[in-house]
Every structure is written in C-alpha cells, then in structure tokens.
Design a binder for this molecule. Structure first.
Ligand code: KG4
Ligand code: ZN
Length: 332
C-alpha cells in the first residue's frame, strides 16, 4: 500500500512516499529556514507562499523518483493541524485537489500524532503501551499511548514549549533562528556549571512543564553582562541553559515512568534532535528510549504518511478534510 505524506504546518514543506506504513521510498524536504532566520522567527504569510511554490514540484519529483503516477497511490495523508493557518491551507487544499484528480482516498493527520509516529518508522519493536514525549517548537507533552488511536495526555507545559524557550533564549543571546541547533552547538564548548539556572518544577510531583522562567533567568544574566559592559560568555550561557532545560524534561520523564510503571519511552519533535537529551536517554538505566532518526526529529512528511497509514488501517476516515490551526486532540 503506497501512502503519499504531505506536511506544510509551519515552515518546512515535506513530501514522502512510503510503502505499508514503514518502508520509505522517497522523502523530500524544502526548508525555509534561510529566509525566516533573518527575522528571528517564522513569517506566516511568507511561509504559505513558499509552500505554494515548493509543494507541487516536490510531489512531482517524489512520483518520478518512485517511478509511479499519482493514481498508483493508495492513500494521501496530509497534516490538517495544529499549525499556521496559511501554511495548512496550502497543504490541505493541494491534497484535496490531488485526491479528487487521482481518485485516491485522503486522510487528515494531526501533526502531533505525526511526531508520535516518527520513531516508529524505524522501530518495529516499539509497540503500545508506551509513553510518548513530544518536544517541539509548539508543544511539550507526555502522552500515554495505550494503543494506536488511544492516547491519554498525562502532562504538558503551562507556558512556553521547550523549543520555543530555546528559540527565545537564542534571540536574547543574539543567535539565529531556530535557536535549538544554535544553542546545542555552542553548548558543546561551554561550561554547564557556569550559571546555576533553576530547573523548572523540579521539586513538584506534578506532571507539568514550565520553561518561561528559565528563559527569563537567562535574560537577567545577559542584562547584567550588558550593564557591566563585560563580554557575554555565550557558550557558557548556552551550556548552562541547556543543562537546566534538558534536566527539567528528564525529571518529569522519570517521574511519569515511575508513576505509570511504563518503561518504554519514545521522544520526538524538533528538540529530540538535542545532543544532551539524546545522550541522557540512551544512557538511562531506568527505561528503554526510542528516538527518531535525526532528520525526522523536526517536521517531515514521513511521520505524516506513517500516522495516516496507521489511522487508515485501523478504520479512521476523515470526511471533508479541513485545516484546523488549533487542532489538538489526537486520533480525531
Ligand atoms: O518539530 P519542529 O520541527 O516544529 C514544531 O512542530 O514546532 O520543532 C522545531 C523546534 C524549534 O523550536 C527548534 O529550535 C527546536 O525544535 N530544535 C532543537 C534542536 N533542533 C531543533 N532544540 C534543541 N536542540 C536541538 N538540537
Ligand atoms: Zn512539528
């Protein structure tokens, strides 16, 4: 069964063709980072226009690479939300048009369920029940996957998402967008003990995250350096920020693993590319961790095709797929 995945929820245009939910025949991504980097964040209008420019050539290339035509596909899976309205419209309307023209069924996919499926593509041994931690620019959530389609939200952030905190911290430090890879890179040559930033909600037994205080603590440090005129130790600040941010995640992952008794944990979303997080998860004796391949941590269409295929096979049908920027619930 051939599934075409389409992802346009934010600033990455992704197209992929997969066979039987796992075998990746082609994956293409057109990143807009170089355009948005100058503005310190994604410009929604611009992102939508770039998707419009990039999407059809990518689909064309994918079909050629797989040596098939559109009507050979068995399913089209498209992200319908959450995300930026303009960006979602481009992907959903293109998918609806192609579905009609090729007479291929269409399924709308929740972007977060897509992230949840990213580690599953390469991991035949990862089966429910397991815990899924989604750490991205827009979300920080721990989900109990009782089964595919049966998701229980155990905890989320009460303010900024962790990726958002990275992006804002990078801006404070005068680094480029997106901030995660920038801070992660500079942290490698910094001293993580240099600034003892608070580890948010470390001593509460709530399954909840908070990252805005950490970002503010960094801002105050930077302000002090500005006022004194001393050179800002960017690498040490990055390493110290990263230590606190990742520790805050790990504390709650450990807590939820203890509380649920579930030792199988998958972590996905842009921040799952983080080197400190990946090392800590791999070395942790308390649980078994699954992570996506590095190129499938951030937004991509393979995860959308995989989630769409899985939903289709378990009988989910989404009539009249429409973009929904604030879509949240899974399995809908
Ligand atoms: O999943 P994603 O591509 O988009 C959303 O659905 O939000 O995640 C993007 C986020 C950005 O905030 C980016 O700064 C962060 O993931 N990110 C990282 C790293 N690579 C990307 N954060 C920390 N360390 C990284 N290596
Ligand atoms: Zn995402």
């Amino acid at each position: 069964m051939l599934t075409l995945g389409i992802e346009t929820s934010c600033d990455d245009t992704g197209v992929a063709i997969i066979r039987d939910g796992r075998e990746v025949l082609c994956e293409l991504l057109s990143s807009q980072i170089k355009y948005h980097a100058n503005f310190g964040g994604v410009i929604p209008e611009f992102a939508a226009r770039k998707h419009l420019e990039n999407l059809f050539p990518l689909i064309d290339t994918a079909l050629k690479e797989c040596n098939i035509s559109g009507s050979d596909l068995d399913l089209i899976a498209v992200t319908r939300g959450p995300g930026l309205m303009g960006s979602l419209i481009v992907g959903v309307m293109a998918a609806r048009g192609l579905s009609q023209a090729w007479n291929v069924p269409l399924i709308g996919v929740n972007h977060l369920e897509g992230h949840l499926f990213a580690p599953l593509v390469d991991a035949e041994d990862l089966k429910p029940p397991f815990l899924s931690v989604i750490v991205s620019g827009g979300h920080t959530e721990i989900i109990h996957v009782h089964d595919f389609g049966k998701y229980e939200l155990l905890g989320q952030t009460r303010d900024d998402a962790i990726g958002e905190a990275y992006d804002k911290a990078a801006r404070v430090l005068g680094l480029k967008y997106p901030g995660g890879p920038e801070i992660d890179g500079l942290a490698k040559t910094g001293n993580p003990q240099a600034f003892p930033f608070p580890i948010p909600l470390k001593n509460t037994d709530k399954i909840e995250f908070s990252f805005s205080g950490l970002k503010t603590a960094l801002l105050w440090q930077v302000k002090k350096f500005h006022e004194s005129g001393a050179e800002i130790p960017v690498n040490d600040l990055c390493a110290s920020f990263q230590k606190a941010a990742i520790e805050a995640l790990l504390v709650k992952i450990n807590l939820v693993a203890r509380r649920t008794g579930c030792r199988k944990i998958s972590v996905s979303g842009g921040v799952s590319a983080n080197s400190t997080l990946r090392a800590a998860l791999r070395d942790n004796p308390n649980f078994l961790a699954w992570l996506p391949a590095l190129n499938r941590c951030t937004d991509n269409a393979v995860m959308i095709a995989a989630a769409g295929y899985n939903a289709w096979m378990r009988g989910v049908r989404t009539e009249d797929v429409m973009p929904d920027p604030s879509l949240h619930e899974f399995g809908q």
